[in-house]
Design a protein around this ligand. Structure first.
Ligand code: GMT
Length: 389
């Protein structure tokens, strides 16, 4: 198939899922055309069958906010026509599903019915998408997609309860390349960071409020107070970084904390971690936790959203009530002081991650594309205008 893949290029799960999916499809012989306003972060190497088309947004003195969504729609129309795309797959509903709908309408006028698949990822439904500023448009754009997927059962159910959806939403979970994300011996790296054999607690996120990075610092303080020698690795960057740094100063954890900023080789950092912390206030799946588990790192997370569909309490790590830093610290201390438990959780975490192995999920998307394409073709044959009002 010749697929148009649209995503955000920045650090964040939806862009990572789109990029890894595109790479997986390209390996299987599909042609994948990425469209975004910048090159997606994980699209960093040449790969056969992958093309990248940067969306040009022209500035104009009238535009305080240049209309990216319109430029994207034009780009989609252009690529469908000239690259002869078979299907468009957008990741994160806002504004991608709406731009793609517009492109579909324009192409439909010329008798070209391009199937559109929208994957819902998270805050496009749970936070931003549900706000009155966007809700009617998001609702409409989801219903106008030919196929809709959500990354967890939780997200599917939330979408049904927050919006008026008139179609089936298929759950296709996040996935991980278990060959790439696996524990490797990085003893020299660990020694450099932890000369006294300290344990390593890691957190990876885009430092938005919803990630509650401050909770990781608070629970880390409690781990240190329990007399455990440990280091906290904070990976990523975002709006809350300064607040987090300030909290480290207030709680006196700075000299035990490494703010590593945005990193590319996350698997190397995860390879030296003993525990992964994800105390998020909203998380539809928790891709960062899956990547940690794939590197055999147990996870302590909140029990919200889609996290219980991934992290199994007492088996692959622990699930705690949102904001219950005491309980999270209690579990962390238990894991760090009990080698047998740590090993058990680590083995189970890896096994659980293998259930989300990339090839299984790429195949699910391939089958879904075929299904959607066939249903659009059937509708055209039956004289219906598919997904166009
Ligand atoms: O929805 C977001 O906040 C952003 C989104 C992204 O683009 O990073 O993250 C969501 O999608 C990921 C990939 O499907 C999920 O693993 C994350 O759990 C989810 N984040 C939230 O729900 C906060």
């Amino acid at each position: 198939m010749n697929i148009g893949m649209i995503c955000y290029p920045t650090y964040g799960g939806s862009g990572v899922v789109a990029t890894e999916l595109g790479k997986g499809l390209a390996i299987k012989g599909h042609k994948v055309h990425f469209m975004s306003y910048a090159k997606p972060m994980r699209l960093n190497e040449f790969q056969a069958n992958i093309m990248y088309h940067e969306v040009a947004v022209n500035a104009y003195p009238l535009f305080e906010y240049p209309p990216y969504d319109l430029a994207l729609a034009s780009n989609i129309v252009d690529l469908v026509k000239y690259e002869n795309l078979d299907l468009i797959h957008v990741h994160y509903a806002i504004p991608h599903a709406t731009s793609a709908y517009l492109a579909k309408q324009i192409l439909g006028e010329a008798g070209r019915h391009i199937p559109l698949v929208t994957t819902l990822h998270g805050t496009d439904i749970t936070i931003v998408g549900s706000s009155p500023s966007y809700l009617p448009v998001v609702n409409f754009s989801i219903n106008q997609s030919d196929g809709v997927t959500a990354v967890s059962e939780y997200l599917r159910d939330e979408t049904y309860s927050r919006f008026e959806i008139n179609k089936e939403i298929r759950v296709v979970p996040n996935f991980v390349d278990v060959e790439h994300f696996q524990h490797s011996d990085k003893a020299h790296f660990k020694k450099a960071i932890c000369p006294d054999g300290e344990f390593i607690l890691a957190h990876v996120s885009n430092f938005r409020k919803v990630k509650r990075v401050e909770d990781t610092v608070k629970l880390f303080r409690k781990v240190l107070d329990a007399g455990i020698k440990a280091k906290l690795l904070l990976v990523g960057d975002g709006p809350e970084r300064e607040t987090v740094e300030q909290l480290c100063r207030e709680l006196g954890t700075c000299k035990h904390t490494l703010m590593l900023g945005k990193q590319e080789k996350i698997e190397e950092i995860l390879s030296i971690a003993d525990l992964f912390l994800l105390p998020s206030g909203s998380e539809t799946f928790g891709l960062a936790a899956l990547e940690a588990m794939s590197c055999s790192v147990p996870v302590i997370s909140s029990n919200i959203g889609g996290l219980p569909e991934l992290n199994i309490h007492g088996e692959t790590g622990y699930l705690c009530e949102l904001g219950d830093v005491d309980k999270m610290a209690e579990h962390a201390i238990e894991v760090l002081t009990n080698e047998e438990l740590r090993k058990k959780l680590s083995v189970n975490a890896r096994k659980r991650a293998e259930e989300f192995e990339i090839s299984k999920i790429v195949e699910q998307y391939e089958n879904y594309y075929e299904e959607v394409k066939e249903s659009v073709e059937r509708k055209i044959k039956d004289g219906e205008k598919p997904a166009v009002v």
